[in-house]
Design a protein around this ligand. Sequence first.
Ligand code: GAP
Length: 598
Amino acid sequence: MSEQQTEPAETDVSIGEKLVELAKRRGYFFQSSGAYGGVGGFYTFGPQGAALKGNVEDAWRDRFAVAEGNMEIDAPTIMPEPVFEASGHLDGFDDMLVECPDCGESHRADHVVEDNTEYEDAESLPIPEVEEVIAEYELVCPNCGAGLAGQAVETFNLMFGTNIGPGDSQPGYLRPETAQGIFVEFPRLKEYARNQLPFGVSQIGRAYRNEISPRRSIIRTREFTQAELEFFIDPETDEPDLSAVADVEVRLYPASEQNAEDGEEIRTTIGDAVAEGILASPWVAYFLGVAKRWYDAVGVDMDRFRFRQHLSGERAHYASDCWDAEGELDGNWIELAGFSDRGDYDLSKHAAHSEDRFTVFRQYDEPKTVERATVDPDMSYLGPEFGGDAQAVVSELETLAGRDRSAFEGDSVTIDLDGESHELPTEKTGFAVEEQTEAGEHIIPHVIEPSFGVDRLVYTVLHHAYREDEVDGEDRTYLELDPEVAPTVVGVFPLQNDDELEATANDIVADLRDAGLSVTYDDSGNIGRRYRRQDEVGTPFCVTVDYETLENEATTVTVRERDTTAQKRLPVSDLPELMADLRAGELAFADLDGENES
Ligand code: GAP
């Protein structure tokens, strides 16, 4: 069982390619519906992947919902069309599509440009300019090599449509972001928050985008999981506790540096970045600080992690500012999460399109006396004059009084009803300007949104954990996953096929599972092969039951640590507690008292 480490092996194949192969072989993730030829952009998480993803989601929930005191909801993934008319997704959630004239394959035009020219942000270019670049650089179809010059670039809406119920009278869409499920429920959610700002609502769930060209396995898929927090604030009065994150060190790439010729990333702290105006929103800054610590804790390599500000043309239709968390994978920076200042965009839109109230009452420090223009129309005049439209006239008069008092200065008032002008005597409107004492006002809260992609994070954690070395003269691949997120914490092996060894090993498995640990039992193949299997899966500890274990009452087993391959002899009775502490990071393997083995 003796093992030894040497230098990592060098190879030309990218880590990403090796990871995708390992992921399939060891049950992390693989393309779905393989029996029917597979379908682009859909992936199944296997047993290891589902467990890792679940652990990451739990860690996110602990940090962004529980520790921050935010609510969590679980909304449907299909929503009716009016939701997306209001949110702007029906009109504006588009990508640029170019179709190959020869093979008919569709491609994202901005990606074709970015992959083959010096343009880094083609998404923000207008369509005619993208067509010009394609022609100027004589860009070709990535699938068959046919020229794309002269092909029309078109917009393509990314939402998956469906019909709710039989027939097509009620169109619906699979949500392209979990966020809308939170925004539409704001009128009820604010009641749960006792109408007190600030408050946050989180949600972990599926989102769907009919990506033109899904790519890089689970990095860009058509169905994926988001973990989103919609944090509702009063922009005039609410401030975050920046002292909690002021000393967090960050690598920032602001838009100004991206636009400058010799621009570069800035290494600073959250506190200094806010003081120097690099981070304009203290709320966005707060969540960047919390997120940086969290990404570190779940296993993203902080030497390959940064925050990059969106360029103005790159921002989504709802965002006034946005910073992405990015991870480096095989030399490319990949967006892992977005931190947006969505202002009052979403709640204002839903307020305008629905009957509900998307406001919160802001209490003044002292009651204020204000002048209000009011109307009290003479209904005995409006009724006969306007019939069934009388109530609509009252609403028009109320709106007009609030908007333009001067309209009531003359003898008559003009209102617009369904595009038609109507004049009525001012004296019949009951117009008056009154002094009123008000305790507060209704405001539309602003939204700060940390939006995490879970699938991309799982991929990044695996990629950053991927290691190769040599042990006992043999190549070894292992995943240096943090024990807290690793899908399996302990592998238990009987040294040989022997009833007594197997029975003892099974007892240990049961005790460890009782302690809440995820354990795998493996009795096939030689011990070295079983270690390699667990190394590839990223299992941090393995326990081997041998004949010494059976010898006396205070039995012991060999416990091996994945990363160093160091081994210690430890009492069986201590295992559940020790393993739970090792998993929680409360103990280090090197500090354990057991006898070292080689
Ligand atoms: N509610 C805001 C929002 O949806 P986004 O930047 O479009 O913002 C948030 O998405 C995160 O979701 C991204 O940072 C990324 O991690 C993940 N994501 C977006 N599209 C994805 C796709 N096609 N496949 C996998 N993950 C995706």
